[in-house]
Design a protein around this ligand. Structure first.
Ligand code: RIB
Length: 293
């Protein structure tokens, strides 16, 4: 069972601040660290640590070769991860005293994919394979279109959400994983129940997982609704919590777990992630997640 994760890879520059900087303000940080990250990269690490077989298609510059080594070291296939003549993507991340973050992205190598590049990669995959996507790389409409034509099972996490997403060819998406902001952008609704109803109306054949941070997650595939609470933990840094959830959830689905058990495992993994600093390095291994049960 192949899971292709076609996604971003970033170098995260993380600053600890008392509060997130306000317009016109200059503030000092109390700590600075560099981590591996990128929503795509984090989700591949989560998949690999959850025990899934994942192939990561992505791009880095010469400054990011260490990221490819890190991914390969976790057991992910990196045959479709290229080094190109562009700086790697990076993120400037502020983390405040409560563990909340604010992120500025620079796309770099992540945004060098053309329609032709997308086709060459997807030529290697077909019906029955899983394709995991976020929204930090270029050529997204083409990737979605080709995936639909080839019968891939597409799991789409529309993050970061932008107006362009609403014009993507999304009819072939099997599973949407959205937070409340992303759900609101699709539906115009702000309450969880209304978001789920709006998503069902707009995408009647898709499964929707709505993540609610400290309030857990809700799964709705049209025939069953499952709500899972989040664990209560001491929050250090919420960065990559959503990515951890998605990687673990998809690993469970791909392994044939029932949705409730996949959701519960994913929620436990995300709870561990927020107790640690950084993005990819904060993602727990399966043994840690299962020993919490
Ligand atoms: O979801 C967290 C990630 O968002 C960070 O690792 C950062 O690189 C951005 O992509």
């Amino acid at each position: 069972m192949t899971i292709l994760n076609f996604g971003s890879i970033n170098i995260d520059h993380v600053y600890r601040v008392e509060h997130l900087v306000r317009p016109g303000e200059t503030i000092a940080s109390s700590d600075y660290r560099q981590f591996s990250g990128g929503k795509g990269f984090n989700q591949s690490i989560a998949l690999a640590r959850a025990g899934a077989s994942v192939s990561h298609a992505g791009r880095i510059g010469g400054d990011g070769v260490w990221l490819r080594e890190q991914l390969a070291g976790e057991g992910a296939d990196v045959d479709f991860l290229e080094v190109v003549d562009s700086p790697s993507g990076h993120a400037l991340i502020q983390v405040d005293a409560g563990g909340e973050n604010a992120i500025i992205l620079f796309g770099g190598a992540n945004r060098t994919f053309t329609q032709e590049d997308a086709r060459k990669i997807l030529d290697n995959f077909g019906a029955g394979d899983w394709l995991l996507l976020q929204n930090e790389i270029s050529a997204m409409p083409e990737i979605l279109r080709l995936a639909g034509e080839r019968g891939l099972r597409v799991v789409f996490n529309p993050a970061p959400m932008g107006a362009e997403v609403l014009d993507y060819p999304l009819d072939g998406v099997s599973v949407f994983v959205v937070n409340e902001t992303e759900g609101e952008a699709f539906t115009g609704e702000t309450e969880p129940e209304a978001i789920l109803a709006g998503m069902r109306k707009r995408f009647p054949d898709a499964t929707v997982v709505l993540t609610l941070g400290a309030a857990g997650a809700i799964y709705d595939d049209g025939s069953q609704r499952i709500a899972v609470p989040a664990q209560k933990v001491e929050v250090v840094d919420t960065t990559a919590a959503g990515d951890t959830f998605i990687g673990y959830f998809l690993a469970g689905l791909a392994a044939g777990d029932d949705p409730k058990s996949a959701l519960e495992t994913a929620t436990r993994a995300a709870a561990i992630c927020v107790t640690r600093p950084g993005a990819a390095p904060s993602i727990p291994r399966r043994e840690e997640v299962t020993s919490e049960q």
